[in-house]
Design a protein around this ligand. Structure first.
Ligand SMILES: C[S@@+](CC[C@H](N)C(=O)[O-])C[C@H]1O[C@@H](n2cnc3c(N)ncnc32)[C@H](O)[C@@H]1O
Length: 221
C-alpha cells in the first residue's frame, strides 16, 4: 500500500471532502464520557472573553465556547472545514476566517483569550515555540490560553507507525476512500510544556483525563 505524506493542512482538506471522516474522533463510544466532561469544563474559561481560536476545523469546540464568549475569531487553513463550521455555527458572535496558525495576521483583532483544540499534537516539536510566540503576539498580557488534545490510548488511538530524528511521532490513517496517510501526531506530557513555556507563559497547568489532556497558561504580563 502506498502511504501519502501530505501536509497536515492538505490531509484535513482531503479528509473533510469525505464529509463523515472529519469528526470521526468525536463519535468513538469509549470517549463520550470524557468528551462531556471537557465540553462542560471548557466554556467557563472564556466567559465574556474576546477569543482567538486556532485551527478550528468544523467548529466542534467553537460551539461550546461561543455562548460564553463576547466574540470569537476562529481560523483554519482548510476552506472546506470553514464552510462546515459556518454551517454548524450561525451565532453572530463568531467569525470564521482563513488563516495560518504559524503566520497569524495582526489585523484580525486583539484578543484576551485563545483556544486550540486538537491542533498542538500536529505541530512538529521544532515549531512549538514559533507557534506559541506567534499566538502570544496577538493576545493582551495576562490572556488565558487553553490547548486541548488527545492522549495516546492503546486500542482507541490510531497506532504510532513512525518516529523521526526530531522526536516526532506519526500515525498512518486510512480514509474512507482507501487512501493511506502518514500524519504527524505527537502526544506531549506535562514536562514537555515545562521546558517549552519557560519564558512564554505564567500560571501553567496541565490536566489530563483518560482520553484527553488540557494545557492552560496566561500570557506574560
Ligand atoms: C485535528 S483538526 C482539529 C480541528 C478542531 N479544532 C477540532 O478540535 O475539532 C486540525 C485542524 O488544523 C487545521 N490546520 C492544519 N494546518 C493548519 C495551519 N497551518 N494553520 C491553521 N489550521 C491548520 C486543519 O485544517 C484542521 O482543521
Amino acid at each position: 500500500m502506498s502511504i501519502h505524506k501530505l501536509s497536515i493542512q492538505s490531509y484535513y482538506t482531503q479528509a473533510t471532502a469525505l464529509a463523515a471522516e472529519y469528526d470521526h474522533g468525536y463519535l468513538k463510544p469509549e470517549r463520550q464520557e470524557n468528551l462531556r466532561i471537557v465540553e462542560d469544563w471548557l466554556p467557563d474559561f472564556f466567559s465574556k472573553a474576546k477569543v482567538l481560536e486556532v485551527a478550528c476545523g468544523t467548529g466542534y469546540w467553537t460551539q461550546f465556547i461561543a455562548p460564553a464568549a463576547e466574540h470569537i475569531v476562529a481560523i483554519d487553513t482548510a476552506p472546506e472545514t470553514i464552510r462546515m463550521a459556518r454551517k454548524r455555527i450561525t451565532n453572530s458572535k463568531v467569525s470564521f476566517i482563513d488563516g495560518d496558525a504559524y503566520e497569524l495576521e495582526h489585523d484580525i483583532g486583539k484578543f484576551n483569550a485563545a483556544f486550540a483544540g486538537f491542533w498542538f499534537s500536529h505541530i512538529p516539536k521544532a515549531r512549538r515555540r514559533e507557534f506559541i510566540l506567534g499566538l502570544n503576539a496577538l493576545l493582551e498580557p495576562g490572556s488565558k490560553v487553553i490547548l486541548i488534545d488527545n492522549r495516546y490510548v492503546e486500542g482507541s488511538s490510531s497506532p504510532l507507525t513512525q518516529y523521526d530524528a526530531h522526536g516526532n511521532t506519526y500515525q498512518t490513517r486510512i480514509l474512507e476512500d482507501g487512501t493511506a496517510h502518514r500524519i504527524l501526531k505527537n502526544f506531549p506530557c506535562a514536562s514537555e510544556f515545562k521546558s517549552l513555556m519557560i519564558d512564554l507563559g505564567q500560571q501553567c497547568k496541565f490536566t489530563s483525563w483518560e482520553y484527553f489532556w488540557a494545557f492552560e497558561y496566561k500570557t506574560p504580563s
